[in-house]
Write a protein that binds this ligand. Sequence first.
Ligand code: GLN
Length: 528
Amino acid sequence: MFVTGGVTSSLGKGIIAASLAKLLQSRGYSVTIQKFDPYINVDPGTLNPYEHGECYVTEDGAETDLDLGHYERFLNVPTSQANNVTTGRVYQTVIENERRGEYLGKTVQVIPHITDEIKRRMKIIGDTGEFDIVITEIGGTVGDIESLPYVESMRQLIWEMGEDNAIVIHLTLVPYLKAAGELKTKPTQHSVKNLLELGVQPDVLVCRTEHHLSPELRRKLALFCNVTPNAVIESIDLNTIYEVPMVMLKEKLDKVVLAKLKLSTKAEPDMAQWRDFLFKLEHPKSEVRIALVGKYIELPDAYKSINEAFIHAGASNECKVKVTMVHSELITDDNVGSKLEGYDGILVAPGFGSRGIDGKLLAVKYAREHNIPFFGICLGMQCCVIEFARNVAGLKDAHSAEINPDSPHLIIDLMEEQKKISQKGGTMRLGSYACTLEKGSHAAKAYGKTSITERHRHRYELNNNYKAQLEAAGMKITGTNPETGLGEIVEIPSHKWFVGVQFHPELKSTVANPHPLFVKFIKASMGN
Ligand code: GLN
């Protein structure tokens, strides 16, 4: 099933794809989703979060588009490198093939070489035989120059597979013109025309709208866009993305696509667990206020997975989590009290580089001294180690080598073997690593076991030479990589709930499995 987008970007193709996948999964089909991004970066790892939001890391260490996060949160099935392909990666493969002489002297061209490589990658996951259905989301908007090779590859693949085996779901916008008091279908007609010019007839239209579509308007869209009337699906704006699967169920999106593929619709979707989650999310019994201290606060997508993990953890505690972004660059010695006053819990976010670091250190100090539940993630964990080293363990000017390589106490440092690497893309510690937890620690209590795995994305590590000094001063390393001995979790046992983790727990939080550390952090904040 291909999912394309028309009229404008940001219509939420990823959410529609994930919602459809959820419904198909709940009918017993095994489903996965892959995303093709038309930009030339080889992966989003080198992109600033202001560009496309956070970079989502998979179990196998791929740096991918944040839509893969939605797929995992909805489906509770891990994705991998193969689930996200960019134009950069496609060209890289073709150019490497050319250098090896694999094209036997032929002129290498967009058609057929680039499109063949795109098709090969579109088929990889399906060819494993593990899935009944592969949903393939084409990033960008139909009509863009850079999307053309993808639309052409899709056209060829549909032709090769036969119409019963592939369909196109086109997501579009039906805008409301206030002055005319009307919903307008023309942009949708034009974007479908765009697709038709490229040889692709969409089978289903999913229409994003702020107002309900009348039966006449649905008929009009069906007639002019050449789809069956039941294949015009309304996707109205909702309070939360987690309602989308239920609304798509009501609109029968799953039934329509299965019928078009001549697949059975006998097994009714079992959405009981999802409904239970939604009920808890929408009927909280209490509320907590959390300060999320970070530097990318202008773009909420930069902390997408953290915000979603809070939603899962809130529902699991039947508590509304009100997250307020606090700009780390604006926190100073003088205003830290007023900026962080009144929050039940403080989370210091991941990040790269020195911007806003002093504000993060002040936020850690405030949480530590005022006994406010504290959660530090990745750079946030590194900050809590630096702050503790400086202000409690007496290691003056302790710092991370990333920020001040001349510090007398590089408490966060590069490992020896990393020091020779100068390339930036794909050179971090990425993906899933094991971690052994200390019995009785907050971490072990949260997970309910002492052997876990979590996903990483960072260059710098806690410097074990300082372990004894930190522990003597009251900060415990409660999680360790069993193979390398690297410290992965720190806690202050004398504090109410103070946990810093070198990994990214937010990436593994799903509707079906809210992350235990987020659940316990919210619980601790509720008691504050
Ligand atoms: N900048 C830090 C490092 O590279 C932390 C990275 C992060 O927060 N993801 O180690």
